[in-house]
Design a protein around this ligand. Structure first.
Ligand SMILES: Cc1cc2nc3c(=O)[nH]c(=O)nc-3n(C[C@H](O)[C@H](O)[C@H](O)COP(=O)(O)OP(=O)(O)OC[C@H]3O[C@@H](n4cnc5c(N)ncnc54)[C@H](O)[C@@H]3O)c2cc1C
Length: 373
């Protein structure tokens, strides 16, 4: 089988490894430069690690990240309100979740995809797609062209392929929140997902990424879909963290350092109903479902998609039957997780909703994630 994947992000590279190790000829085209991979961190929960384990990738990723098992909710001053353990691990002795730098995760996925036989071209896009007789022909921006059995669009939340296939009305919509991200030296008391909540619903979270690094995020409720001036990110984040007196957050503000990556982006979300394919073109990851980040699971869903697509292509002789089964299976799995994540996002924008209710939705979300897929 010959497969071309548009997008060398988390979903595209996981799929490239999974398909190539089962003997498919796989080519990945990635629009960005390799050196432009994002410098922030990501958490992979048990379900993502369980999926990665099915294609032999969980252990190397866990070994390169920082395992954790507790969600700690604190007030703005840092007093612990409650600690909750995550339900399970992907195998005995393994952590239920791992934090890792995105750059590092991207390198590992790329290394394994290449070792399995996939080819990966950066700074390349698909310029033209034509479907005919159970095949898909593409013309690439580097002048090359080819015919494949399958084109997988893993080109992210603003997928150009999705727009070409399903039209413009399936674009992501704004959630009412933006997120600030900042990597800091890891404080001694951050041993898991650590959430500081003010009484009016503002949230600063911290996630361990390694022994030395930690990723701080601040969720900002803004009615408008705003962008922040890059040269003022440090100053603006400092202002926003002022209501938080927790020593860990004060230290992060004191030590704010231009060499450490600070970013802000509005949070958009989208979920497509099945089917996720048309003929021999299929969507995967954020291209089909961009989640709000509250359950730290968008990447996990992209990884699950990749593993399930490998399984369905393996199980069916007929490619379109495999794509149908994949879309049905995945849309059913993703919907409740997308909804729980969005419900937390909306609760964080509503001061009348008590913390315990928000934490309850989060724990229900984790229980859903722990189910089979
Ligand atoms: C603030 C925030 C925090 C998050 N935290 C977590 C977390 O802790 N855990 C988690 O699991 N998820 C998290 N997510 C979600 C996660 O980042 C995404 O769900 C995940 O990156 C989706 O993977 P993907 O491969 O589908 O898309 P992407 O990772 O977006 O990759 C798409 C790739 O396609 C490329 N591309 C775009 N257009 C083209 C084109 N035309 N041709 C070729 N290539 C193209 C892009 O350059 C990109 O490399 C978070 C998201 C946000 C916003």
């Amino acid at each position: 089988m010959r497969v071309i994947i548009a997008g060398g992000g988390i979903g595209g590279l996981t799929l490239a490894h999974g398909l190539a190790r089962s003997g498919a000829e796989v080519r990945v085209v990635e629009a960005a430069r390799r050196q432009d991979r994002l410098g922030t961190g990501i958490t992979l929960l048990e379900n993502a690690l369980r999926a990665l384990d099915r294609i032999g990738l969980a252990d190397p990723i866990v070994a390169s990240g920082s395992g954790w098992s507790v969600v700690s909710t604190r007030d703005a001053a840092g007093t612990v309100l409650h600690d909750q353990a995550l339900p399970k691990a992907y195998k005995p002795g393994a952590p239920p979740a791992v934090g890792i730098m995105r750059t590092h995760l991207g390198e590992l996925l790329e290394e394994h995809a290449r070792a399995s036989g996939a080819s990966i071209a950066f700074e390349t896009t698909i310029e033209r797609v034509e479907q005919r007789d159970g095949a898909v022909s593409v013309a690439l921006s580097d002048g090359d062209s080819g015919t494949y059995d399958l084109l997988v669009a893993a080109d992210g939340a603003y997928s150009r392929t999705r727009t070409q296939l399903f039209g413009d009305d399936r674009r992501p919509v704004y959630s009412g929140q933006g997120v600030w991200r900042y990597t800091i030296p890891r404080p001694a008391d951050v041993n898991g997902l650590t959430l500081h909540r003010t009484s009016d619903g503002e949230v600063v979270g911290a996630l361990p990424l390694s022994e030395d690094d930690c990723y701080l995020f601040y969720l900002e409720n803004t009615a408008e879909h705003v962008h922040m001036p890059p040269e003022r990110l440090g100053e603006l984040l400092r202002d926003r963290l002022a209501p938080f007196s927790a020593p860990m957050i004060r230290d992060a503000v004191e030590g704010m350092d231009a060499s450490r990556h600070i970013s802000f982006r509005p949070i958009d979300h989208v979920l497509l109903p099945a089917p996720w394919h048309q003929g021999r073109v299929v969507l995967l990851g954020d291209a089909a479902h961009a989640l709000t980040p509250q359950l730290t699971s968008g990447g996990g869903m992209a990884i699950e998609d990749a593993v399930v697509l490998c399984e369905e292509l393996d199980a069916h002789e007929d490619v379109e039957a495999a794509l149908e089964a994949y879309g049905t299976r995945r849309a059913e799995r993703v919907r409740p997780i997308y909804e729980h994540s969005l419900a937390i996002c909306k609760a964080e924008q509503d001061a009348a909703i008590p913390d315990e209710q928000t934490v309850g939705i989060m724990m229900n979300g984790y229980a859903l994630l722990a189910q089979p897929f």
